[in-house]
Design a protein. Structure first.
Length: 554
């Protein structure tokens, strides 16, 4: 979310109060009023669509029940259901099947690396801490993966996907990742004829299953699955219908959010700030797309969109004196102090407190006001970190890497957004869960570190302190050397996130899934070679079209 100045014009003068402000020209909103057209009439889900969905769902449910758990077909069916984005319809059935598969997997003797890797991946995705020694049978006497495996391209692809679920210390999975990725890369040479398999390999290397977003991944997988001669027609039809129905729900949600945002009129009142409400909604969809998370999505989107404005106030527009006054006002969390702020800050302060007041009214009706207090506390911590970073900037202070990361993980927004993501979720989220998440559990620590580093790498070249610049200053090394070392830290940190996902879990699956999905969103947005949230005119625009605008064709 941190503002990306790499593609923007920056100027700094040193005379009047207005002259000492930095000026960054961001591109205007990509979407404008586009989503205001998605009214209830346009996004209505017909009775016929609902009926057809239930019929198709029943067929898939029957297929799941009839396919033996011990069969490879069951593994492939579960994998297809998950990758098509419809697993939320069959959570209990999939959970029961994978529990049985986990019980019998130790007795399975398979020489097919593809099957072994698929079973391993599905179980680790479900949180089972399956030992990685299941791959030892594919290691030769010299400790390397057998060269004969490279002839099995499907098996290599399956091994590659499985190897992304490793934790620190699992050397065999490190070798599996290096072995499979290097050989798969050799199969997609520029002159190679484009085939379904080569496209699958290319997309997997760019975005493995473990790192992608469910809805985004589903749009890509549907076309690939259709080309698979063994695909199940009923499942594919169900997935397409479900995607389009849920997309209509998302369009209608975004219509209401766009109206709320337009009424705030930030584009005119605060023209220096990024107008990214649609991108904020896309972010929230990555965290949870399922229909029953509608309220949680709305709350999270509103907070992300306003936090973007706050970030630009601290990072770009505010003077040090103004920022101190604003931070004091945030700490008081009292609308009566608004008159003490400059006019442009009043607009944002009133909107921020208004969002949380509405949130509190909504939660009070459910007897869950405590949730909002946790969210407010984390917002205060975030803005205090923004203030500290502003003081560094104005004082031209270059922190050590440790100093920077200690503050940077807070300013990454991860803790605040992860806490906020739970506010609108329905039970069984409890106060103990809020206590857990706000006390910096290891999986969230790792997610914050990864988020901070991904953000900084995407914004390399900006005129501000970052992990890259701090590392270079501290070690006296080049930017390439710093990036190499930070890349190693990121790989290690992903494994720490994996470790927090596996049993025994410190929190329930719905909570851990939010943390994992936040990290995935950042990976998707920042892996395109730039800050795709700030600079959203190209690839991020296409992501949004694929997921929110364009229906799947039958």
């Amino acid at each position: 979310m941190t503002s990306d100045t790499s593609a923007a014009h920056i100027s700094t003068r040193k005379t009047s109060v207005e002259d000492i402000r930095r000026s960054i020209t961001y591109h205007p909103t990509v979407w404008g009023d586009h989503f205001l057209a998605y009214t209830s009439d346009v996004t209505e889900i017909t009775a016929a669509e609902k009926e057809q969905l239930e019929i198709q769902k029943g067929k898939v449910k029957k297929l799941l029940a009839q396919t033996p758990d011990e069969s490879t077909l069951k593994l492939e069916l579960i994998d297809a259901i998950q990758r098509l984005g419809v697993a939320y319809h069959f959570e209990q059935e999939i959970d029961d099947s994978l529990r049985q598969i986990h019980l019998i997997q130790s007795s399975k003797v398979d020489d097919d690396v593809g099957v072994v890797a698929l079973r391993f991946r599905l179980l680790r995705q479900q949180g089972y801490r399956v030992p990685c020694d299941v791959f030892n049978k594919f290691i030769d006497e010299e400790g390397n993966f057998k060269e004969s495996l490279i002839n099995d391209v499907e098996g290599m692809l399956s091994l590659y996907e499985a190897s992304n679920y490793g934790v620190n210390g699992e050397e065999v999975l490190d070798k599996a990742l290096e072995f499979s990725s290097s050989h798969l890369e050799s199969l997609i040479l520029p002159q190679m004829k484009t085939t379904s398999l080569s496209r699958r390999i290319k997309e997997a290397l760019e975005m493995p299953i473990h790192l992608t977003l469910i809805r985004f991944g589903a749009t890509k997988f549907m076309s690939l699955y259709k080309e698979d001669e063994s695909h199940n027609h009923e499942l594919l039809q169900f997935a397409k219908l479900d995607f389009n129905i849920v997309q209509k729900m998302h369009q209608n949600e975004l219509q209401h959010i766009t109206r709320w945002w337009k009424d705030l009129d930030f584009a005119n009142k605060l023209p220096f700030a990024r107008d990214r409400v649609t991108e904020s909604y896309f972010w929230s969809l990555g965290v949870y797309f399922e229909p029953h998370y509608k309220a949680a999505r709305r709350i999270l989107t509103q907070v992300i969109a306003i936090t973007t404005i706050l970030d630009d106030i601290y990072d770009v527009h505010g003077t040090l004196d103004e920022l101190k006054r604003f931070t004091e006002a945030i700490e008081s969390w009292d609308i009566s102090v608004v008159e003490e702020l400059p006019p442009y800050m009043r607009t944002c302060y009133e909107a921020l407190l208004g969002v949380y007041a509405d949130m509190e009214d909504e939660m009070a009706e459910q007897g869950k006001s405590y949730r909002v207090q946790y969210a407010i506390h984390e917002m205060k911590k975030l803005l205090k970190s923004y203030m500290d970073e502003a003081e560094w900037c104005y004082g031209k202070y270059i922190p050590t890497m440790d100093e920077y990361m200690k503050l940077g993980v807070v300013s990454s927004t991860h803790m605040m957004l992860a806490t906020t993501s739970l506010v609108g979720m329905r039970d069984p989220i409890t106060q103990l869960d809020f206590h857990w998440i706000t006390h910096d559990p290891p999986i969230l620590q790792a997610s914050q570190v990864l988020g901070r580093l991904m953000d900084d790498i995407a914004g390399i070249g900006e005129e501000k302190v970052s992990a890259v610049s701090c590392y270079m200053n501290e070690r006296g090394c080049s930017d390439m050397e710093a990036l190499s070392e930070i890349s190693k830290i990121m790989k290690k940190t992903w494994k720490e996130i994996n470790d927090g996902w596996f049993e025994p879990r410190a929190a329930s699956l719905p909570i851990l899934e939010r943390i994992l999905n936040f990290t995935r969103v950042l990976h998707v947005i920042y892996s395109i070679g730039e800050d795709g949230f700030t600079n959203s005119t190209t690839k991020t625009k296409q992501f949004i079209k694929d997921v929110i605008v364009d229906p799947i064709q039958f």
